[in-house]
Design a protein around this ligand. Structure first.
Ligand code: SF4
Ligand code: SF4
Length: 354
C-alpha cells in the first residue's frame, strides 16, 4: 500500500509563540543542507564552500572545529532572503508520522516560549494556533514536498509495518494512540531513572557532533565528555572555543525538583510521547528485543531516558551559571529541556527527512 501523507497535523506546534532572538544564532552553528536549486540561488550572490556527505546530500560548509555556517556574519545570515529551507523552517521540524506529517518545534530554540508544555502536562492539546511561526510552517511544508522528502513516508510506513508485524505475531501490538492514553496519565510516575541519560560524545569525532545550546550570551555553548566530567565551552563563530565555562561532574544522583518544575518536565515527556518519532524508536526496539518485552515497556524506558537527560543537563547548567540549589525550579528544568531537545531529535527515526 503506497503511503502519501497529504495531511498535516499541527497539534505539536499549537500554542507556541516564536520570535527569533537577536544575537542568538544557535541554529547557524551548523552545516545546512542545500538542494541544487537552493545552491544556485545562494551562489548567484555569494561565494559558498559546500561539502557532499556520504548520502550524497550537499551542505553549506561551516568554519572548522564547531564554528558557524560560512554565511553567518556578526550573528546574521548574509543570505537571509535565499537561505535554504532547512534554515527558514527552523525551529519547525517536520516528521513523516504514522498517519500524517507531524511538524513539531525544536525546543532548544530560545525564541520559543515553553508555556504550551503546561497544557500537555494536563493531557490537553493547546487550542491556540501557533504565533510567529507562519513562515517557518510554510517552509516546513515545502521541505516535506521536496524530492528528498517524498519517499520518506513510504519507506517509513514500510519499516513500521515490518516492526508491527513482528509484534502482532507475538500478540503484543498496541496502537500508538492507545499507548499514549495509557502512558500519559502516569507520566509523572516515570521517576525511577538512572542519570545521566544521553551522554555527550567526546571531541574525538569533531566538535560538530556535540550537543549545543544557547545560554543567553552570544554564541552557543557545547557540551562534551571530558576525562573529569562534562565540559561546557562557549563556541567561537570562526571555530574552536571562545571561552571555557568549566568542567563539571557528571550528575549521577536524581535531583529533587519543585512542583512547578515537575509539571514542566511532565509536559515535556507528554510532548515527546505525542511525537511519533519516540514510539517509532520504541517499536523498533521492541520488535528486535530478544527478551520480547512489550512495546509499552520500551516507550516508558525512552521517556525515563529523556527525563534523565533533561535532569542531568539541568544540573550541569545550574552549576555553570552558579544557580544550583538542592531543589531545582522550573527555570532550571527549562534550561535542561533546551539543552536536550535538539540533541534528542537528532537521533532521527524512519520519518525524519534526510
Ligand atoms: S535558535 Fe531560534 S532564536 Fe536562535 S537564531 Fe535560531 S531561530 Fe532564532
Ligand atoms: S544559511 Fe544562513 S540561516 Fe542558514 S545556517 Fe547559514 S547563516 Fe544560518
Amino acid at each position: 500500500m503506497a503511503t502519501v501523507l497529504s495531511d498535516w497535523d499541527d497539534r505539536l506546534v499549537r500554542g507556541f509563540r516564536f520570535a527569533c532572538r537577536p544575537g542568538c544564532a544557535l541554529c547557524c552553528y551548523a552545516q545546512p543542507r542545500v538542494d541544487p536549486d537552493e545552491l544556485s540561488s545562494l551562489r548567484a550572490a555569494h561565494e559558498i564552500p559546500v561539502l557532499r556527505d556520504r548520502a550524497d546530500v550537499l551542505h553549506v560548509r561551516s568554519y572548522p572545529d564547531g564554528g558557524a555556517c560560512r554565511l553567518l556574519s556578526e550573528d546574521r545570515c548574509i543570505a537571509h532572503l535565499v537561505r535554504p529551507l532547512v534554515c527558514s523552517s527552523f525551529p519547525v521540524e517536520p516528521y513523516a508520522g504514522r498517519r500524517s506529517w507531524q511538524p513539531s518545534v525544536v525546543l532548544s530554540c530560545p525564541g520559543l516560549s515553553l508555556a504550551p508544555l503546561d497544557d500537555w502536562a494536563q493531557g490537553v492539546v493547546p487550542s491556540e494556533p501557533a504565533s510567529g511561526l507562519d513562515l517557518e510552517l510554510r517552509s516546513a511544508r515545502r521541505r516535506a514536498l521536496r524530492p528528498r522528502a517524498v519517499a520518506v513516508p513510504v519507506t517509513a510506513a514500510a519499516e513500521r509495518r515490518r516492526w508491527e508485524a513482528r509484534l502482532r505475531r507475538r500478540g503484543q501490538w498496541v496502537d500508538y494512540d492507545v499507548l499514549r492514553t495509557t502512558i500519559a496519565a502516569g507520566v509523572a510516575k516515570i521517576d525511577d531513572v538512572e542519570l545521566p541519560g544521553e551522554e555527550p560524545p567526546d571531541l574525538s569525532d569533531g566538535r560538530e557532533l556535540l550537543p549545543i545550546f544557547y545560554d543567553g550570551r552570544s554564541g552557543p555553548v557545547s557540551l562534551a565528555a571530558h576525562p573529569l566530567g562534562w565540559s561546557l565551552d562557549k563556541l567561537s563563530p570562526r571555530g574552536g572555543v571562545a571561552r571555557s565555562l568549566g568542567v563539571f561532574p557528571i550528575p549521577t544522583e536524581v535531583p529533587e525538583i519543585d512542583d512547578s518544575a515537575a509539571r514542566r518536565l511532565a509536559g515535556y515527556l507528554v510532548y515527546w510521547l505525542h511525537r511519533d518519532q519516540l514510539i517509532d524508536e520504541a517499536l523498533l526496539a521492541a520488535s528486535t528485543d530478544a527478551q520480547s518485552r512489550p512495546l509499552e515497556t520500551w516507550v516508558r524506558s525512552e521517556l525515563a531516558w529523556i527525563r534523565a537527560t533533561v535532569l542531568s543537563r539541568a544540573v550541569v547548567r545550574a552549576h555553570a551559571v552558579g544557580e544550583y540549589t538542592r531543589i531545582l525550579d522550573r527555570a532550571a528544568i527549562d534550561r535542561g529541556i533546551m539543552a536536550s531537545d535538539a540533541d534528542l531529535l537528532d537521533r532521527g527515526g524512519p520519518g525524519a527527512i534526510p
